[in-house]
Ligand binder design. Structure first.
Ligand SMILES: [Zn+2]
Length: 372
């Protein structure tokens, strides 16, 4: 194996481990370029790319590399380089490092065998305080910090980089990879203003119902706890009888199928204990299958058979047969929009949400442009 291949293998291993443990940060990391350069002496970021000095990178062991990647990643998702504008660089860099490291310590990461700067050294908490407030607190104290390097790079493109990262973060969240709800989410969302953006799952909100008040002992699946949207969980809402119908006709790409899968998974995660069913359609519509778990969802996607032709009419023609006596509370159709749209009347007053990946808008119901 060449030296270069070895380095890439080490990097890939670290990235995979981060993705498995911190899916949100891992997702963002996958979208970033990692550059080897002699222009930095250790590691650094301009808010869009992560730079490593070759020799420095080689010396890091697996755990150290993970910590450094996560550290730079914190600078990226919290837009530290673009927030540096108009401030004393060294002091702000230290403030940002305190935030990054304290958050990582809080998440249980440590950096063995290397000197790091952290809040406790100054009686500061990087977990509860912002980089700006720490920056103010550090006034006059910086000179006492002997060993410190700068790892935040400001370029002419810093603003553009920040915007690019905002959209990567929004994508991550839309895909169901949410930042830790207690600390990081608040920080990231404040910066990204993602809250203001209408998410398609908000459309579903109209069709949710208060969960009946008969207490049962169903165990909540704590694995998904971190992706609960507070306003859903606090009100204990569920989605009753939603029918997902996924376009699997010949024009649908694998990426599109992935997007469909993620959209449904997001719903199941955000609105647990809901009663949802799934069908696939191309020239025919398959029998609805109950989505009792995420593994069931995965299983249904594995059994997809594609045929040609997209006629949305088929969905509405099949609906009364599939749902005799009780029509679904909402139909969510995920499609590229290439096909014939039926008359509104065929929907039998059942609300229809179209998640369309193309630029089309359905003639009735709610349309939402889904990004692939
Ligand atoms: Zn740093």
């Amino acid at each position: 194996m060449t030296m270069q291949a070895n380095l890439l293998k080490k990097l890939e291993k670290a990235r995979t481990e981060i993705f498995l443990k911190e899916p949100f940060l891992g997702y963002v990391l996958q979208q970033l370029d990692i550059v080897f350069t002699e222009k930095v002496s250790t590691a650094a970021t301009d808010g869009l790319k992560i730079y490593f000095n070759h020799e420095y990178f080689k010396k890091l062991d697996g755990e150290q590399l993970k910590f450094i990647l996560l550290h730079e990643l914190m600078h990226v998702v919290l837009h530290h380089p673009s927030r540096m504008k108009g401030k004393e660089k060294q002091r702000f860099n230290i403030a940002c490092d305190i935030v990054a490291n304290d958050l990582l310590f809080h998440y249980g990461y440590t950096l063995k065998g290397m000197n790091v700067i952290y809040g406790k050294q100054f009686g500061i908490s990087g977990v509860t305080q912002t980089a700006e407030s720490i920056y103010r607190m550090l006034k006059g104290k910086v000179k006492t910090i002997v060993i410190h390097y700068s790892d935040l790079i400001i370029t002419d493109h810093t603003e553009t980089s920040a915007n690019r990262i905002k959209s990567v973060v929004s994508q991550a969240i839309e895909n169901g990879y949410n930042p830790d709800p207690h600390i990081l989410k608040k920080r990231v969302l404040n910066i990204n203003e993602t809250k203001k953006k209408q998410r398609w799952t908000h459309l579903l909100h109209k069709y949710m119902k208060q969960k009946e008040n008969d207490y049962n002992f169903d165990r909540t699946d704590h694995r998904y706890q971190d992706v609960l949207l507070p306003h859903y969980s606090s009100q204990n809402l569920v989605l009753n009888q939603a029918w997902f119908v996924v376009d699997v006709s010949g024009s649908i790409s694998d990426e599109m199928l992935q997007t469909s899968y993620r959209a449904i998974r997001q719903t199941l995660q955000n609105v647990p204990n809901s009663d949802c069913e799934i069908s696939f359609f191309s020239s025919e519509v398959t029998n609805p299958v109950k989505l009792c778990s995420l593994s069931k969802l995965k299983e249904t996607f594995k059994s997809i058979k594609t045929t040609y032709g997209t006629n949305f009419k088929k969905i509405f023609e099949a609906m009364p047969t599939f749902y005799k006596g009780m029509l679904p509370s909402a139909v969510v159709i995920i499609t590229d929009g290439r096909g014939y749209f039926p008359e509104k009347e065929l929907a039998l007053n059942v609300p229809v949400i179209w998640l369309i990946t193309g630029n089309k808008k359905a003639p009735f119901g709610d349309s939402y442009a889904l990004r692939v």
